[in-house]
Design a protein around this ligand. Structure first.
Ligand code: GUN
Ligand code: FE
Length: 433
């Protein structure tokens, strides 16, 4: 028996060790007795940025830019969540979908409606997904039918926090969710920052997703040097702050985010789909920022975190190609020392192993949770992967190594290969159901 570790993946060649670990987590290990040598258990996937109410508009309006898409598709879709029955059904549908795809932990944006946002909390709790859930705040640029006054927004946030915290769910954490600076006044953001600090609650919002958005922010909130500075002035930036996108940041803004120890979320699918921009994750990794991945469904057209992993690698490869071409245009050639003529090292695109870590352990850390790998002391959120299931999309060969199998799963696998999903050691999805 030996244990093969591939970026925290535990192969069942190391069954004894794994079973011992699972027993520590009081997991029923019976299901592991007859495993094939190629089945493996990996940490659950962590989606650091997803909009539950946007499932209904998945893949729609992708010809629009962000601000146009929000007005035309998103706000009308979210306004439907005033309806209790519709919201109950729709939020359950999202959670069922994401869990089925192996997302064991997600940070959700809901809508401005407190009561139906509580239904999203209930869906996560009932279906067994670990979740951060936010009632969205909007008191500035927003349509008449989908906006709050500043007072309402603050009062409803307090009520939401009271409700969720009194519920004492082991799975659901409330998160304060000012949508983004164009749709929130500075007094609202400041008040939300104060509440977050007083009650030790995480905060999530969007930052620097498109150039048009940044221009809007600078007009709406004059007197600040940058978008990041607006949030900083409102007291929204801290170690429990989760910032989606962060594409167009200056070095100074990165310094501020680093000094505040914020978590940044790379939403590669959405950034491509809405043509928001190319986020250079290596630049942020090299600066030591806390990073995770997000689907940003429905800016992104899929709830799949496997797709997020692939998209983040694809985008990073594009950055590498772009950087290489630029160096060639500048007449620079890679030297034997592996350095360009100006002395800078060549661009290092994101590896699959790094993307995997971002989608598991790093995401868990951005969301302030104690899961993401199988180290002793961490809660057990895991997936049982069957690469050889009957309708598997994977093409395996006898000579594939365990590393090859994991790599093939991450690139070409899907829900069909996810046989079981465990959260807090409890089986919450079984493909035989
Ligand atoms: N910025 C503000 N709201 C949203 C949203 O719903 N989706 C995306 N992608 N960006 C936003
Ligand atoms: Fe988003």
């Amino acid at each position: 028996m030996f244990l093969v570790v591939w970026a925290q993946v535990l192969f069942l060649d190391g069954k004894d060790r794994l079973q011992q670990r699972l027993r520590e987590h009081e997991l029923d290990t019976e299901c592991l007795v007859n495993l094939t040598p190629r089945q493996f258990v990996m940490p659950g996937l962590v989606d650091c940025h997803i909009h539950s109410p946007q499932l209904a508009i998945t893949a729609l309006g992708t010809d629009k830019g962000l601000l146009d898409w929000l007005t035309t598709y998103t706000y009308p879709a979210e306004a439907r969540f005033a309806d209790h029955d519709f919201a109950h059904q729709a939020h359950h549908k999202t959670v069922r979908r994401t869990l089925r795809g192996g997302t064991t932990l997600a940070s959700y944006y809901s809508t401005i409606h407190t009561d139906t946002t509580l239904l999203l909390c209930q869906a996560a709790d009932e279906l067994g997904q670990r979740a951060l859930v936010g009632k969205v705040n909007m008191d500035l640029i927003a349509p008449e039918f989908y906006r709050e006054t500043t007072q309402q927004s603050v009062a409803e946030t307090e009520r939401f926090l009271d409700e969720v915290l009194s519920y004492k769910s082991g799975l659901v954490t409330p998160v304060i969710t000012p949508r983004f600076a164009p749709s929130c006044t500075l007094p609202l953001m400041t008040k939300l920052g104060e509440i977050a600090k007083e009650r030790n609650i995480p905060i999530q919002t969007h930052l620097s997703e498109t150039v048009e958005e940044i221009e809007t922010v600078m007009k709406l909130h004059p007197g600040h040097q940058s978008y990041t500075e607006v949030y900083d002035a409102a007291g929204l930036l801290g170690p429990k702050t989760i910032l989606g996108h962060c594409i167009h940041l200056s070095d100074k803004e990165i310094d501020t985010l680093k000094s505040r120890d914020c978590g940044l979320v790379h939403c590669a699918c959405s950034n491509n789909t809405l043509r928001s921009g190319v986020m250079d994750i290596r630049r942020l990794m090299d600066r030591g920022l806390k990073l995770g991945l997000g689907t940003d469904m429905a800016g992104g057209y899929t709830t799949s975190m496997l797709a997020s992993i692939r998209h983040s690698v694809d985008v990073s490869n594009m950055c590498a190609i772009h950087s290489h071409n630029k160096q060639r245009q500048n007449g620079e050639h890679q030297q034997a020392s592996n350095h360009t003529t100006d002395g800078s090292p060549p661009y290092r695109p994101l590896t699959m192993a790094e993307a995997f870590r971002l989608a598991t352990l790093d995401g868990s850390s951005v969301l302030g949770q104690n899961c993401g790998n199988f180290e002793p002391g961490r809660e057990f959120d895991g997936l049982l992967i069957d690469p050889e299931v009957k309708d598997s999309p994977l093409d395996l060969f006898d000579f594939d190594t365990p590393d090859d199998v994991v790599q093939k799963f991450l690139y070409t696998g899907d829900d069909r290969n996810i046989s079981k999903v465990y959260v807090q050691g409890r089986e919450v999805v079984s493909r035989t159901e």
